[in-house]
Design a protein. Structure first.
Lengths: 403, 397
């Protein structure tokens, strides 16, 4: 039931577009907030970002906009902005990730919003933040990855820096922002006052990669790219599996300080003889003989599929992960058994499998509802929030304010 | 100083990264985080240190703003003290191996009986339920099992791990979200609940964007190195003096960005050519475009290229290494990198809180020494000096 969700009663005006902002509000929607996505007439740009079926909402949009209602409203029109401000009076949170300066140009910066609703929490996502020498620079996921340090340590030592496939600059930022909004909401329950929340994508990436700054402190030198290897770990890396396709690898790691785990590993691969082998006395000697030992390990993995390798080692208590591609991910039995891959019925795109809410609360269900069509809830929301009648809405529509 | 989470007490049983990153964020937001470690210290403090007996840098990066106490949860007296702490707490966070809390006799039912308002959060590799529930995990395993490794790396190379804490710090932040939501819900219901995050799920969430091509084609998303199949230019370009990280990333999304770029690199006619107006159409000329841009960047350092391109509105990022991140003038100017003083390690630069709340400023306080706050925390429970000495002698704390 709706009343049983963590953020029931939190009303969010969602001005976000593309990814960094939309992931934030989708998350809050899963947790029970009433997310009202306010889009320009015709819909937010990412609905048309490489649509797989011309004229229908793009998958790009669909993976980030579940659990929201959609209202179309022209913020470039002064009357559209006035309507938005009236809604802001009745909202708890506004989230935006426009290019630097746009909200100011619209006259919708925090100072303005605060005057209409001092309880409002306004969250602003920017590539480089609202201050500092780079604050006017534009950003994207990979720009944040480059300037946040992740790219410099990803890839092989003898090759160029590599972008991390996962969108840590964009979705990573959305997650940080969601946390900040809830903290501000908790604070408001004591103080009665809203506040400004600001998150910069470059800083989010630096936060995610902080654990890899260790080399800097140790040697005063930049952390290097090391491919898939874990210094000192044998096994430690991605080992090739049958039938030798592009993603037929299993990542295996035996903790260097854990000799029991090594014994479990050699038993699982049928090489108990290695226990007495002087090359395998401890992690240090294994590392010295890593080429020969990795060949032995790869000889075992190559004759098995990655799923067989994972099942054998996982059951033996050895950390091992099959390198799943995106198709295998949607089919993965574990994710499906846990309901993490969720099937929705979309009005125009039909049945779709979407990754569901990655956080489980025992007392707050997080169903995934279909992403709305552009403007699907305009009349409903304007009636509910501002008390506008069907006639009022029709009039606004006739004036072109709602698209 | 006002704090968003003032008055919220967190008992922190976490270790290594996935848990500590969660509780560090809660501490930054103002919670009173009490890190409870075994008398020898948690493994992230000790096992990962570059100097025997000194706290690891790894630990210092992930445990700022917390109080540190020691406690032997396996001893009956330690267990009793822990139960008293539970009655004073709002949140408990742990990321032990599967089943470890139950083996300690600290399963959810026990915790809930001690304190019905408690929110108990767990970070696990694969989460409860499902065929992989008992499998061990850590960063790279979760990256492999969530698709991240399959889409990182060169097209002609193997799957490659991304060196950011996607599964560790990523899962920690997801857990922080769950805890905050549960705190909000508790204000309505008066009771706590369980929060669970699986690393595999958290990484899937971080890369959901890339599933779109799989929906369209039914095929796996390929590795593309730094290029994009949907846009050109979108790549890294070499800069002077050609060190391992002397590159800039340049990405042109709109035709305006493309026009500006072509003027800067001295090829304005391409900016006006309608055949080059759409970023997808430009993919046809990707090699020539990349050569054109690199011919320009090769004459400049990455900082010069950044200033010129980004300053003109072309999305551009210098590929900063970890040392450059810690000294970056922008991050320093914004207070994202701050200097902390440690009694044994001296001064060190520390990445601060990437989340800014206007009415809850983040105070950066170094990670605690082992057991640094034993007297303060246990003193508040009523333990006197003599009792604490005895507990220390008996190895309970």
């Amino acid at each position: 039931a709706m009343a049983d969700r963590a953020l029931t009663g939190m009303r969010i005006l969602d001005l976000t577009q593309f990814e960094a902002g939309t992931t934030c509000t989708q998350f809050l929607g899963w947790l029970g907030a009433d997310v009202i996505k306010i889009e320009p007439p015709g819909g937010e740009q990412s609905r048309r970002n490489r649509p797989e079926v011309p004229g229908l909402d793009a998958m790009f949009f669909l993976v980030f906009n579940a659990n929201k209602r959609s209202v179309t409203l022209d913020l470039k029109h002064p009357d559209g902005r006035a309507l938005f401000l009236r809604m802001a009076e009745r909202a708890d949170v506004v989230v935006e990730n426009f290019a630097p300066g746009l909200m100011e140009k619209l006259g919708l910066d925090y100072e303005r919003l605060r005057t209409v609703n001092p309880r409002l929490i306004m969250a602003r996502i920017k590539g480089f933040g609202l201050s500092g020498p780079y604050h006017e620079y534009k950003s994207f996921d990979m720009i944040a990855q480059a300037t946040g340090g992740v790219m410099s340590v990803t890839g092989f030592e003898d090759r160029e820096p590599v972008r991390c496939g996962a969108a840590i600059g964009d979705t990573g930022t959305g997650i940080h922002t969601a946390a900040a909004i809830m903290a501000a909401y908790i604070q408001r329950q004591r103080t009665g006052q809203g506040q400004l929340v600001e998150v910069a994508m470059q800083e989010v990436v630096a936060n995610l990669v902080r654990g890899r700054f260790v080399d800097h402190y140790r040697d005063g030198r930049p952390s290097r790219r090391r491919g898939n290897e874990i210094t000192g770990g044998v096994p430690g890396g991605a080992y090739p599996c049958a039938p030798g396709g592009l993603n037929d690898y299993a990542y295996i790691y035996v903790q260097t300080m854990n000799q029991d785990m090594w014994r479990a590993f050699v038993a699982a691969i049928g090489r108990e003889d290695l226990v007495a082998d002087p090359r395998c006395a401890d992690a240090r000697t294994r590392w010295e003989h890593r080429d020969a030992l990795n060949d032995i390990i790869a000889a075992w993995t190559r004759t098995r599929t990655k799923h067989e390798v994972m099942a054998a080692l996982g059951k033996a208590g050895v950390p091992c992960g099959a390198v799943l591609d995106t198709g295998e991910l949607l089919d993965d039995p574990h994710l499906n058994a846990r309901g993490q891959v969720h099937t929705i019925d979309h009005a125009t795109r039909g049945r779709l499998r979407l990754p569901a809410c990655p956080v489980r609360l025992s007392a707050s269900e997080a169903p995934t509802t279909p992403p709305p069509l552009a403007g699907e809830h305009t009349a409903e929301v304007l009636g509910e929030v501002l008390g506008l009648s069907a006639r009022d809405v029709a009039e606004l529509r006739a004036r072109g304010l709602l698209g | 100083m006002p704090k968003a989470l003032a008055g919220i007490r967190v008992l922190d049983l976490t270790q290594y990264e996935a848990g500590p990153s969660c509780t560090q964020m809660l501490a930054w937001l103002g919670a009173d985080v009490v890190k409870i470690e075994p008398p020898a210290g948690e493994p992230g403090r000790t096992a990962l240190s570059d100097q025997r007996g000194e706290d690891a840098w790894f630990f210092l990066l992930l445990n700022s703003g917390k109080k540190g106490v020691t406690l032997n949860l396996k001893s009956p007296r330690g267990r009793a003290m822990f139960e008293r702490l539970v009655t004073t707490a709002d949140v408990l966070v742990e990321n032990m191996g599967p089943g470890a809390m139950d083996r300690l006799g600290l399963g959810w039912e026990t915790l809930r009986r001690l304190n019905p308002r408690l929110i108990a959060a767990s970070v696990k590799g694969f989460g409860g339920g499902g065929p992989y529930a008992d499998y061990k995990s850590f960063e790279w395993i979760a990256q492999a099992m969530a698709g991240a490794m399959s889409m990182t790396g060169a097209p002609d190379g193997p799957p490659t791990k991304a060196i950011g804490g996607l599964a560790d710090t990523g899962a920690g932040l997801h857990t922080a979200i769950g805890i905050l939501a549960a705190l909000v819900q508790r204000q309505a219901t008066g009771v706590g609940q369980q929060v669970e995050v699986a690393q595999q799920d958290a990484v899937v969430n971080l890369l959901r964007i890339h599933l779109r091509d799989t929906y369209a084609t039914g095929k796996p998303v390929p590795r593309q190195g730094n290029r994009s199949v949907n846009a050109a230019p979108s790549n890294i370009y070499r800069c002077r003096p050609f060190g391992p990280n002397d590159y800039v990333f340049v990405h042109c999304a709109t035709v305006e960005m493309w026009k500006t770029l072509t003027k800067i690199v001295g090829r304005p006619e391409l900016g006006d050519d309608p055949g080059y107006a759409d970023r997808r159409d430009r993919v046809k000329y990707i090699d020539a475009i990349d050569d054109m841009i690199e011919a320009w960047t090769e004459k400049r350092t990455k900082q010069e290229a950044l200033e010129i391109l980004a300053g003109a509105g072309v999305p551009c990022g210098a590929v900063l290494d970890s040392t450059e991140v810690l000294s970056d003038p922008h991050l320093r100017a914004r207070g994202m990198i701050v200097e902390l003083e440690h009694p044994r390690r001296g001064r060190y630069p520390m990445p601060a809180n990437p989340v800014r709340l206007s009415d809850s400023p983040t105070e950066m306080v170094r990670a605690p020494l082992l057991g640094e706050h034993n007297a303060e925390v246990y003193g508040a429970l009523g333990y006197g000096e003599a009792e604490l000495d005895a507990l220390r002698r008996d190895g309970v704390i």
